[in-house]
Design a protein around this ligand. Sequence first.
Ligand code: GLU
Length: 473
Amino acid sequence: MKKIRLRYAPSPTGYLHIGGARTALFNYLFAKANHGKFIVRIEDTDYNREIKDGEKNQLDGLRWMGIEIDETTDNPGHYGPYKQSERLDIYNKYIDQLLEKGVAYKCYCSPEELASSREKQLKAGIISPKYDEKCWNSRNTKIAIDPKIIPSIRVHLPKNHDFTWVDGVRGEITINSKDVGDWIIKKSNDIPTYNFAVVIDDHLMEISHVMRGEEHISNTPKQLHLFDVFGWKHPEFVHLTIITNDEGKKLSKRDEETLQFIHLFKENGFLPIAIFNFLALLGWSPKTTQEIFNKKELIKKFNLEGLSHAPSMFNYDKLLWTNNYFIKRLNPKELFTFLNPFVKDLELSDEIKRQIFHVFQPQLREGREIKTLIKTFTDEFKATPKLKTEALKSLSLLKDFEEVLKQINQWERSMLKTQIMDLGKKHNVRGKELFFPLRIALTGINHGPDLGSIMEIFGKEKTMKRLKEFINA
Ligand code: GLU
């Protein structure tokens, strides 16, 4: 049986982005669903655009999400090196073969010449200008060449040739060679281009399926041509549809920063399983209405048939909902480990923090929300004058509340709740009329977890003090 090997091939020119993370995840899920390997190859031939910690950020982000990488730069298998800058000798060997075969040729055209040819074609109404094949046409002519000029290497395409493949998402796709044009496989700086290196690597690494963003559809004929000329079988191609923002436009760097990078999701308090679950359903569907899966289930169910043919909208609210779903299911120990980093500088005992985390657990959509919510317990409250005046309209209720609380010795949330309900009955108020004045008096704000829990965490002394000060202010 054919080995199943998939790769995610980021360029370290940026951090792990939501789109890249989704591509990596689909590659991983498909590999694992078929008992195959998941590989991360670093495509770092664009030195000028590289960022310092790009590679580390990509690998860390994937691992944080729960994606295990079978082979990569820091965990090599038998197909290395896994970084293109360390494979230049390999590429050169294959470039020489193409030159020998007469399929590739040296191009001495200067950037100015190329620009002027482009210009001419545009003026002639050609929408997408191609290389005019000057150096191909003169390849057998002896002309004096300035030895200082280092040529680039181009590959020649057959005329009017249809490149056809059956795409895993779109079915049959055909692109004609006239829409591609002779293209550069090695730049004059001696570095091979992406479209060349990717073919050599996918072949040598025995990649069975190439799953990537649909922006690479136009590159596929170039790659198919190279597979053909080397006489290699090409991998299956699967081009994923784009992710859009809520206006239906391709998600771009201009969208809010938090929508972009995996390390920011981590910093803001998203759980890796929430991101994993959410991204798995962004452009793939199990064809059921189930919304929540664990990793094992996703691996078991993932298939190419479920890939979406339409763009997928990035729905931030759904992500928050998913994150809340998983936060609610953390056990007390996990919850503490997850939330404590957000409030580690606060002078509260771990025990009090545990209680506070528990109180807010059902409502948290992002971990960082705890930083604001915990202020109910740490800051001196400041009700706005408007809220204060409003609450003081129920002065007799508040005074009676103070009397009732004085009598309570068993300071515990359910007992406190019962007392509040009894107080309501006595004063013939309920709902907002009952809770609003009490909340404002105790916390200064008109929402939050249930009052019994808040009072239990405050303790009797602090609760009484706040109430007294509010009434007497
Ligand atoms: N380095 C390419 C990119 O980041 C990979 C494309 C591919 O998967 O072939 O878009």
